[in-house]
Ligand binder design. Sequence first.
Ligand code: DCP
Length: 230
Amino acid sequence: LSKMAFAMTNRQYYLYPKKPFTILVEGNIGSGKSLFLNHFKRYPSMKVFDEPIHAWRDCGGHNLLDLMYKDPEKWGFSLQSYIQLTMLEQHVKPIKEPIKFMERSIFSARHCFVEKLMKDGMLTQESAAVLDEWYKWIINNVDIPVDLVVYMRTSPEIVMQRIKERNRQEEKNITYDFIKDLHEIHDTWLCDTKTDTKKLPLVILDGNVDKNNMEQEFRKYDSYIMDCIS
Ligand code: DCP
């Protein structure tokens, strides 16, 4: 079946009757999620959604991501509120392919980034309550199917190095402590048995692998994913 699904032509998967098998790729900032997702873009049976970071940089002409890094207390709420919307859009977007990949999700937005802002005292209790009410309403009223979570687990040291190398303008003042904390928050979230994502099958990938060997590492998961949907 794996070979068959990989070989599906455009015409065949228009007829695919089921909901797509949905995979969320999670992990720290700079952990290697995009590289992993790029690997799957070559397969016509898979739809890969890139993270809508372009939207976060241009919401009605405003770069919310940049504003948030400059002044998280003032802009953290606006950014997370908009991210929640853009994630929801991707979760519910119908596709014709049988396999759907998303970079991040409404779940990590809530359990990692909103959590981090709260922990750092960058959200008032009132703002946190508004985000939380929206979040609870969405997950209780909107069908957000998830079949697998892939956790790209990368050491904070390596993540820091990659963030420096890629030199994203908004991220230039990110500190090691911030990244380390976010790493621990991801660990806690994905191991936590009490959250709304507790029952999801989880695969943990070693994101510390050198860039040049990653392709080889990711290839191992081609058949794993196809086995999951068969
Ligand atoms: N971000 C945020 N709140 C979220 C999601 C992301 O503030 N709910 C920010 C953190 C980063 C930027 O958006 O500055 C993009 O982060 P990601 O980790 O989602 O994407 P990367 O491109 O860093 O991932 P990778 O390098 O693993 O491909």
